[in-house]
Design a protein around this ligand. Structure first.
Ligand code: CO
Length: 290
């Protein structure tokens, strides 16, 4: 953990454009989750991000079946486990155990078939899965995978005692576990004591949102309640974000990235640029070419 006295340097804090409430659904073999980012309009608005799911339950029947073998092509999946244990296996020979506070970053590229199965029979399982698009030129790249244990994720405390886990990108001089060219993702988990404030630069032109999972925060006069996504305006010269916790401690993730501005064609777990590429993905998958 680093104590940083760096003051955020940016000109103008972003304001909230609108709030989104997730939709309860289930996926895999019946895992209950809340789908927060979904659908063409939000995918376009939050380019390069394609999906955000939140899962959280202390009832084993909500998560125990996990996600048996399924394919992906054309993007990256980032799983952040707040609490719980989940075993990943894929057809590229990777295997890993994702535990509380850890992150799994998988680049599906031209194709991965994997399973994500809970390795617990009771207790709380809570976390997020975020899908990050790949640029057209990298959609057929070699698959890549890495697990980061909680201790491998850089963390700092700001002057207001907010604790920040830097999963990707960099914030207030601290570089995260992962940096990526092209989409330049920023992914922070921010723990705010009651009444405290957190600020960070977010590059002008990048799309950005927060999702509050404990307490509530205030952003330039707009309250973002628990289990709400707040999408930030992406206006010229707005190059930073400031959030303040309410009367209770708050926790939230902040996600930002550089838009690709390329066509998005999704068919379930395949995200490509054209219908023809989707047909090819299905053909390759059914012919065992993943
Ligand atoms: Co998957």
């Amino acid at each position: 953990m680093t104590n940083t006295m760096l003051q955020p340097s940016f000109q103008q804090s972003r304001t909230i454009e609108h709030l989104v409430q997730g939709v309860p659904t289930s996926d895999g073999a019946g895992v209950k989750l809340t789908r927060i980012l979904t659908g063409q309009a939000l995918q376009k608005r939050l380019d390069p991000f394609l999906m955000l799911d939140a899962f959280g339950s202390d009832k084993p029947e909500d998560y125990i079946a996990g996600f048996p073998n399924h394919p992906h092509r054309g993007f990256e999946t980032i799983t952040y486990m707040l609490a719980g244990r989940m075993r990943h296996r894929d057809n590229a020979g990777h295997e890993g155990l994702l535990e509380s506070g850890g992150v799994q970053w998988m680049t599906a590229g031209r194709g991965v078939i994997h399973s994500e199965i809970p390795e617990q029979e009771d207790g709380v399982m809570e976390g997020f899965q975020l899908w990050l698009n790949l640029p057209a030129q990298n959609k057929m790249a070699e698959p890549w995978y890495r697990d980061f244990a909680n201790a491998e994720i850089p963390t700092y405390v700001n002057p207001d005692n907010a604790k920040v886990h830097v999963i990707a990108g960099s914030s207030n001089g601290v570089t995260g576990a992962i940096t990526r060219a092209v989409t330049e993702p920023l992914y922070l988990d921010i723990h705010l004591p009651a009444g405290s404030t957190f600020s960070t630069a977010v590059p002008e032109g990048h799309n950005a949102f927060i999702y509050v999972y404990r307490g509530a925060v205030n952003v330039e006069g707009v309250e973002v309640a628990s289990q709400r996504m707040g999408i930030f305006h992406n206006t010229a010269e707005a190059d930073g974000v400031t959030v303040t916790a309410g009367m209770e401690p708050a926790r939230l993730i902040l996600v930002a990235g550089k838009p690709l501005n390329e066509p998005i064609v999704q068919y379930g777990p395949f995200v490509m640029n054209t219908q023809q590429q989707i047909r090819q993905a299905l053909e390759d998958f059914h012919a065992g070419r993943f």
